[in-house]
Design a protein around this ligand. Structure first.
Ligand code: ZN
Length: 392
C-alpha cells in the first residue's frame, strides 16, 4: 500500500479521516484531497457506505446542472461506551461517534472494593444504559475507561494506584472486553478529561493543559494536538510539586506538596481544624457558595498556590490554553481569579501573550467525552480502518 503525502495512507481510512471533520464532500473533492483517482475513491466509498460509516446524499446547492452526490461521515454508525471512575463516584455514558451523549448515569461506586466487583457493576450498568438508549452490544465499537490512578496505557493496567487496593496490574481491558465483546482502552482519569477538553476546545488548540482540582490535584497535557503521557505514564503529576514555604504533610509521604496545600481534602481538613464541618472538596465549595468567608479565602488561596506552580509550567511548556476542572473548579471565578492572578504576574510576558485560562466547558462530562475521544480516535485511525477493510 502506498502512502500519500498527508501521511495517512490512501486506503478507506484516509477518506474517513478527512470526512470526520463533519463536512460532506463530493467524489471529486475527495480525489483531489487524496490524490486518488475518482474510480478508486468510489470503490473505497462503497466499502465505507456498506459498513454504514459514510452516508451519501444529494448536494442540492451544487452549482448548475445535476446535483452532485456528496458523502458524509455517519456519526450514528456505531456507539461508544465510556466510564469515568473516581474514588467514590462513577459516571457512565453511551455516546455516538460525534461524542453526543445518548444516555448516561452517575452513581456512587467505590473503587476500593476491588476490580471485579467494580467492573461487574460497570458492565451491568453499560448493558442497561444501552438497552435504554435502544442499542445493543453489536453496535458498540469500543469502550473507554478512566481510572483514578496511574495506568499503563498500552496494556490498560493500573500501576501501583494508591487509592485502588487490588487493582495493581489488573487486566482491565481483558476483563471488560470479555464481558462486552468490544475493544477496551483505559487511561488515567485526568488524561481522559484532558482529551475531552481538548476536543471541546477545537482542533486549533494544539497545546493545552487541563488541571483537575478535586480531592487531589493533577494535570493532563496535550502537546502538538496529542496527549503527552510521559515515559512511565506519570506526566502531569503536579499535585506533588513542592510549594515553597509549606511544610504541610502530604499523603505521598513528602512535605509541602501542592496537593497538601491546595487540594480539596487539605482544604476540608483546614476547615475542620477551624471547627467547620467539611468532609471533602464538594463541602468546601458548598460552604463557599453559602457565603462562608473561611472557605472562600481557602479556595482563593488554593487558586494562587495552583497558579504559582502553573506559572513555572507555562514558562516551560508554553500552552495556549489552560482549562481548570474538578470539584473545586466548580467554585468558578474564585478559583480562576487566584490562578490567573499568579500565572500572569509570574510567567514571562511572551508565554502569556496569547494564553487563555478558563474553567472546564464539559464539567462533569469531561471524563466520559474524553474516554469516547480516546476510543473513536483509536478505532477510526486510518491504519485501523484499512485493516478492518482488508486493504481493498
Ligand atoms: Zn505529595
Amino acid at each position: 500500500m502506498s502512502t500519500a503525502s498527508n501521511g495517512q495512507g490512501t486506503g478507506a481510512g484516509a477518506l474517513l479521516a478527512i470526512l470526520r471533520d463533519g463536512r460532506a464532500r463530493t467524489r471529486g473533492e475527495l480525489a483531489q484531497l487524496t490524490g486518488l483517482s475518482r474510480s478508486t475513491v468510489s470503490q473505497r466509498l462503497d466499502g465505507l457506505i456498506a459498513g454504514s460509516w459514510v452516508v451519501a446524499a444529494e448536494d442540492s446547492i451544487s452549482s448548475g446542472g445535476r446535483p452532485a452526490a456528496v458523502f458524509a461521515f455517519n456519526e450514528r454508525a456505531r456507539v461508544v461506551l465510556a466510564a469515568d471512575l473516581g474514588a467514590t463516584r462513577a459516571r457512565l455514558a453511551v455516546l455516538d461517534l460525534g461524542k453526543t451523549v445518548l444516555a448516561e448515569r452517575a452513581a456512587e461506586l467505590h473503587v476500593d472494593q476491588g476490580p471485579e466487583r467494580t467492573l461487574e457493576w460497570v458492565a451491568t450498568a453499560f448493558r442497561e444504559l444501552l438497552d435504554g438508549a435502544g442499542h445493543d452490544l453489536d453496535q458498540v465499537c469500543g469502550v473507554g475507561v478512566g481510572l483514578p490512578g496511574p495506568v499503563e496505557h498500552a496494556s490498560g493496567r493500573p500501576v501501583n494506584p494508591p487509592i485502588m487496593p487490588g487493582w495493581d496490574g489488573f487486566d482491565v481491558p481483558g476483563w471488560l472486553g470479555a464481558r462486552l465483546g468490544a475493544p477496551v482502552l483505559a487511561d488515567n482519569d485526568v488524561n481522559i478529561m484532558a482529551l475531552g477538553e481538548h476536543w471541546a476546545a477545537g482542533p486549533e488548540v494544539d497545546h493545552l493543559i487541563f488541571i483537575k482540582i478535586g480531592t487531589g490535584i493533577g494535570c493532563g497535557i496535550i502537546s502538538g494536538g496529542r496527549l503527552h503521557r510521559g515515559a512511565q505514564g506519570a506526566a502531569g503529576d503536579v499535585g506533588h510539586i513542592r510549594v515553597p514555604a509549606s511544610e504541610a504533610p502530604c499523603r505521598c509521604g513528602n512535605l509541602g506538596c501542592l496537593e497538601a496545600v491546595a487540594g480539596g481534602a487539605s482544604m476540608a481538613a483546614q476547615l475542620r481544624a477551624a471547627g467547620v464541618a467539611a468532609n471533602g472538596s464538594r463541602d468546601v465549595v458548598a460552604l463557599m457558595r453559602a457565603g462562608d468567608l473561611r472557605a472562600t479565602r481557602l479556595v482563593r488561596q488554593a487558586g494562587r498556590e495552583v497558579g504559582a506552580v502553573m506559572a513555572s509550567i507555562v514558562n516551560f511548556f508554553n500552552p495556549s490554553l489552560i482549562v481548570i476542572g474538578g470539584d473545586v473548579a466548580e467554585a468558578g471565578e474564585q478559583v480562576l481569579a487566584g490562578v490567573r492572578e499568579t500565572i500572569y504576574s509570574r510567567s514571562l510576558p511572551l508565554a502569556t501573550q496569547h494564553l487563555g485560562i478558563r474553567s472546564s466547558r464539559l464539567g462533569d462530562r469531561a471524563g466520559v467525552v474524553g474516554a469516547a475521544v480516546m476510543v473513536v480516535d483509536h478505532v477510526l485511525a486510518p491504519d485501523a480502518v484499512d485493516q478492518a477493510f482488508g486493504h481493498h
